[in-house]
Ligand binder design. Structure first.
Ligand code: GRF
Length: 200
């Protein structure tokens, strides 16, 4: 069984969805550790409730390399096969990516390559798009540019507000991320250039 780490910065509803999928037997992997760069991230509470080792590793005023060294020390301790960025609000360095080449995935709340960056929902909605959604992708050295594993569509309704669009979008994210992890853990993902092939 593969060991996975989830990195968070905030509420951790995607983390919760991974925990729930594992508890229900819908996802077979060992969620070995949760790491947050924010002390007050509610995701840390979720991890503790689920009895998953949880670490706060501060990133404020700490050189990026030093922070990542601390993170990778923990990842090595738990023999991590897959690093899942789930609302982790930090750009990671090529050095970190190199250590976990093709083994880091991220969930982004927009249909990439449209609207990379920190506000996928707001950017999609305020642009006036008729559809939004989410993307799970491998992480490369760009911002939200890595090969795409899964995309799910969230149509924007006539009477939507940003809040209602986002609320529905999060529910879709909560399906997409475990689905991508499941494919990774079953060795079903093959990267061919920019394309990620899903093996039968
Ligand atoms: C999600 O919208 C995710 O796509 C984005 O940050 C948000 C995290 O939400 N990267 P949560 O912490 O999982 O609730």
């Amino acid at each position: 069984m593969k060991n996975i780490a989830v990195l968070i910065s905030g509420n951790g509803t995607n983390l919760q969805s991974i925990i729930d999928h594992i508890e229900k037997g819908k996802l077979k992997c060992n969620l070995a550790v949760v790491i947050s760069n924010k002390a007050d991230a509610y995701g840390l509470v979720r991890a503790k409730k689920a009895k998953i080792p949880a670490y706060f590793i501060d990133s404020k005023d700490i050189p990026r390399e030093e922070h990542e060294k601390r993170v990778t020390e923990v990842l090595k301790k738990y023999n991590i096969d897959l690093v899942v960025l789930a609302g982790y609000m930090r750009i990671i360095t090529p050095h970190f990516i190199g250590q976990y080449k093709n083994r880091i995935i991220n969930i982004h709340p927009a249909i990439l390559p449209a609207f990379p960056g920190t506000d996928g929902y707001g950017d999609t909605f305020n642009y006036g798009c008729k559809v939004g959604g989410c993307t799970v992708h491998f992480v490369d050295s760009g911002v939200d540019t890595g090969p795409i594993i899964i995309q799910k569509i969230n149509p924007i309704k006539e009477n939507d507000t940003l809040e209602s669009f986002k609320k529905r979008g999060l529910k879709i994210e909560h399906q997409a991320l475990p689905e991508a992890i499941k494919l990774f853990c079953a060795d079903k993902l093959k990267i061919e250039g920019r394309r990620v092939k899903i093996k039968k």
